[in-house]
Ligand binder design. Structure first.
Ligand code: NAP
Length: 268
């Protein structure tokens, strides 16, 4: 195992509802690592000073909303995936320098593989949303081979700006219906359905046989995932991605695989 960091933290604002401390602490206990994963609520104006403190403490950790892009800019070194996304969700220190990675991409990849298997190499993806997590979906999809993405966002300018950072396999769709046309995987990367039972797309608009991946997670799954599954679609909410990105972060910090079953059990 690598040398242990001085502290293990999650930086967010707010972080009170985050599930990460539950499953990361379960993984630490299962591995016998004498650290406690702490959630730190950091206002944007306090981020740089907090990172300076964490560097002195040789801390490692995760980053969540709204700090992923800001931490990416403050890193001395970033992985290729963090560069591609313009966002860091995992960090550690090497000789005092802040190093950032993005394991959300691996989280997306794991769920797409579970839903589509090898068919993701030729997936037709309808992607809703153009924020940070949509960038992680695009960074994952461009590694699948011949996958193509149609991106729809209510703010078209933002959709165009995101698509322009990726290659020709991403088109901006003028409507949800155009994005859905021929899709084999429909991905929600907006917060719709986070606080209520709203559906990001009506289930009867989903193409026959399309798999559904909702990045949003709620206790007992999202209403959209339940409704899509009831209509015969393979469907997964964001809980699997959350655990997988956390497991990949654990591997970056400690150089060993965590006990994923212990992580899942801590959530249920
Ligand atoms: P973000 O950067 O704030 O982007 C949000 C996107 O959703 C924007 O494109 C925004 O459109 C769109 N949007 C917001 N409200 C909307 C609405 N009412 N109707 C339609 N579109 C709407 O957020 P993010 O970091 O990408 O995260 C998005 C969601 O993904 C989060 O709420 C979270 O639940 C989920 N997430 C899950 C995981 C996981 O591990 N499972 C990881 C990251 C994120 P405009 O550009 O028009 O404002």
């Amino acid at each position: 195992m690598s040398d242990l960091p001085g502290r293990l933290v999650l930086l967010g604002h707010p972080v009170s509802h985050s599930l990460s401390p539950r499953f990361q602490n379960a993984a630490l206990r299962a591995a016998g690592i004498p650290l406690v994963y702490e959630a730190l609520d950091v206002a944007p104006e306090a981020l740089a000073a907090t990172l300076a403190d964490l560097a002195r403490q040789d801390a490692s950790g995760n980053v969540t909303i709204p700090h992923k892009e800001a931490v990416a800019e403050l890193c001395t070194r970033r992985s290729a995936l963090a560069d591609r996304c313009g966002a860091v969700n995992t960090f550690w220190h090497e000789d005092g320098a802040l190093v950032g990675d993005n394991t959300d991409v691996g989280g997306v990849d794991a769920i797409a593989h579970a839903l589509l298997g090898d068919a993701r190499t030729t997936a037709r993806v309808a992607l809703l949303g153009a924020g940070g997590s949509a960038a992680a979906v695009l960074a994952a999809a461009e590694r699948w081979g011949a996958a193509r993405v149609r991106l729809y966002n209510r703010n078209m300018e933002r959709a165009r700006a995101l698509a322009s950072r990726f290659d020709a396999s991403v088109d901006v769709a003028p409507s949800v219906e155009a994005a859905l046309d021929g899709a084999t995987l429909v991905v929600n990367a907006t917060p719709v359905g986070l606080r209520d039972d709203a559906h990001p797309v009506a289930v009867d608009l989903l193409p026959t046989g399309a798999a559904v991946f909702d990045l949003v997670y709620r206790s007992g799954e999202t209403a959209w995932v339940r409704a899509a599954r009831n209509a015969g679609h393979r469907a997964a909410d964001g809980e699997g991605m959350l655990v997988e990105q956390g497991a990949l972060s654990f591997e970056r910090w400690f150089g060993i695989e965590p006990d994923r079953n212990a992580m899942w059990s801590a959530l249920h």
